[in-house]
Design a protein around this ligand. Structure first.
Ligand SMILES: Nc1ncnc2c1ncn2[C@@H]1O[C@H](COP(=O)(O)OP(=O)(O)O)[C@@H](O)[C@H]1O
Ligand SMILES: [Mg+2]
Length: 438
């Protein structure tokens, strides 16, 4: 325990893990004024700037790596942000936050949540960053309703998640768009949100990223767009946004933000997977009843052994399972790598044996919402059953409508070991033949 005093208009930089209790005075933190008796926490790995509004006395408890120090307020963005964000009328608004990685998108989302809560609004929040999702698991777009003050989005209860198969939006951005639209709809109509705040991923630099971001703005029918500008990263995006005739608010990024490198992000995601999957138990799923929606094995045309041996011979590949849907087929064989071959007018996607082992999957309900993440362990081609590891507390088995394959492979420690891009290829091959439910 450590009691500190701060004068009016003094600024504190607090690195988590830390817990702060105001004994006297007032602190402004992320859109909230904390008075005597109030307390808040700063999570590990995060930095929060607090401003003392008068003579304050605070009680500080720091965890390992936690740190608190007074900083020069002249460089801080706290007041500039507050002015810009306070000008936004929150009720009936849809606000989108755009910017590159580590510029403060999640922090600005948090501030807007608090401002809404302060006005007694039910704030709908969508975390649209599948790489660093704070509301739901990694690989999802997740939504919540905030009704009390927070210092981190992780404090929000996850109401709905849509699994988008990977953490790299560039492979799945169309599906992400659909997912965000659905969640907005849901928050408005089923959860009575008074306002919607949408946090996005940090992919802003190339032309597809810009197209994707503009499309979110249009589909969400955003009333306000906040762009956090660090250097010239978002200039191109800003140019395009200016033609959309919406309220675009440009704010600077904080000068001393903690930058996470690729490894930090990966470790955080892996902690994310294990949080949702460990301790685990195994579930046996009958794929004839609960199919894999993006690779509906056991629902296609199967061959007898004679035909399989003919195909094996003409492809000159050791294939032991094959199933066909119209002009597309999927085969499993003793091949090193995924490949597509043609036989007559049939395109055959050939998957290596054990292709499924360690693949991240989603167990989804009939509306395509996530019930649970899972790890696919094994598919038994003779019985049509799959073994999937889920969190031991998962108890919505009866609600599983189907499985959706993801594009990430993890090992037993939930470390990402492969981006399985061929899942996307199989999907597009099949989608021309069978109507995949979305
Ligand atoms: N005003 C600030 N000054 C210093 N660091 C900040 C400030 N606001 C946020 N941070 C820290 O900067 C990092 C990146 O912020 P975050 O909101 O997660 O960015 P993004 O969502 O764009 O990746 C986080 O560790 C966060 O705690
Ligand atoms: Mg973020």
């Amino acid at each position: 325990m450590d009691i500190q005093t701060v004068g009016p208009n003094e600024f504190l930089s607090i690195d988590g893990p830390a817990s702060i209790r105001v004994m006297n005075g007032r602190l402004y933190v992320l859109g909230v004024e904390y008075g005597s008796g109030d307390s808040f926490t700063v999570m590990r790995g995060r930095r929060i700037i607090a401003k003392s509004l008068n003579d304050s006395k605070i009680d500080v408890v720091l965890g390992p790596e936690g740190k608190i120090e007074k900083v020069d307020g002249n460089n801080e963005v706290i007041d500039v942000w507050d002015r810009a964000l306070s000008a936004i009328p929150l009720r009936n608004s849809t606000i989108i936050i755009l910017g590159a990685m580590d510029v403060g998108k999640t922090t600005v989302t948090t501030i807007l949540v608090n401002k809404g809560v302060r006005e007694n609004l039910r704030v709908g929040v969508i975390d649209g960053d599948p790489g660093q999702n704070d509301i739901g698991p990694p690989t999802t777009i997740s939504a919540s309703i905030a009704t009390s003050f927070i210092t981190h989005l992780t404090q929000l209860r996850n109401l709905r998640s849509v699994f988008v198969k990977t953490t790299s939006i560039e492979h799945v951005w169309n599906y992400v768009l659909d997912s965000i639209s659905r969640l907005i709809d849901d928050l408005k109509h089923n959860y009575n949100a008074d306002t919607i705040v949408i946090n996005t991923d940090g992919w802003v630099s190339d032309s597809t990223a810009i197209k994707f971001k503009l499309e979110i703005v249009k589909r969400a029918n955003a009333s306000h767009i906040i762009v956090i500008k660090r250097n010239d990263e978002v200039d191109e995006l800003l140019k395009e946004l200016s033609s959309l005739a919406r309220n675009v608010i440009v704010i600077p990024s904080p000068p001393n933000a903690r930058i996470r490198d690729r490894d930090d992000r990966k470790i955080r995601r892996e902690m994310g997977y294990s949080k949702y999957l460990m301790p685990s138990r195994e579930l046996s799923i009958n794929l004839r009843e609960r199919p894999i929606i993006n690779l509906p094995l056991f629902n296609g045309l199967k061959y007898d052994n004679y035909i399989i041996s003919l195909i094996r011979r003409s492809l000159n590949l050791p294939i032991h399972y094959i199933e066909q849907w119209g002009n597309a087929a999927v085969a499993i064989g003793n091949v090193k790598e995924f490949q597509v071959r043609n036989l007559g007018d049939v395109n055959i996607a050939i998957l290596p044996e054990n292709w499924e082992s360690g693949l991240l999957v989603a167990l989804e309900d009939k509306n395509n919402y996530l019930l649970s993440l899972g790890i696919l362990r094994k598919i038994y081609y003779n019985t049509g059953k799959a073994v999937v590891s889920v969190h031991e507390s998962f108890n919505n088995e009866n609600m599983i409508d189907h499985i959706r394959l993801g594009m990430i492979r993890v090992n037993d420690n939930y470390e990402e070991i492969e981006k399985v891009l061929y899942i996307g290829k199989v999907e597009s091959l099949l989608s021309s033949q069978i109507i995949l439910k979305r």
